[in-house]
Design a protein around this ligand. Structure first.
Ligand SMILES: [Zn+2]
Length: 99
């Protein structure tokens, strides 16, 4: 009887421990799930955004200082992302839209 009780307590203890671990695992899994969810949301947003950007990436801008051409379709990004001319380091203000 005593032996049974000890065994029972041993298992109860194990179950409690496992439950704690499962709870932690649940938190970890939830964290992973929300991280994955965040990723898939970003991915979805990307797929939604990309065709739209492709449509608008037609602008061609020329640096008035050195003549550098920023072609949005070639660069694959809008002119608004350009911080400075890669050649003469002028700001976007030095650029003139060609097309
Ligand atoms: Zn320039």
């Amino acid at each position: 009887m005593l032996r049974f009780s000890t065994t029972a307590f041993y298992y109860i203890g194990k179950i409690i421990l496992l439950r704690k671990r499962t709870k932690n695992m649940g938190t970890i899994l939830e964290g992973l799930r929300s991280a994955n969810l965040q990723k898939s949301i970003e991915k979805t947003e990307d797929t939604i955004r990309k065709p739209e950007e492709k449509k608008t990436l037609r602008g061609v801008y020329r640096c008035r200082v050195c003549g550098y051409i920023f072609d949005e379709s070639l660069e694959g990004k809008p002119f608004s992302t350009l911080e400075q001319c890669p050649i003469c380091k002028q700001g976007p203000g030095a650029f003139q839209q060609v097309r």
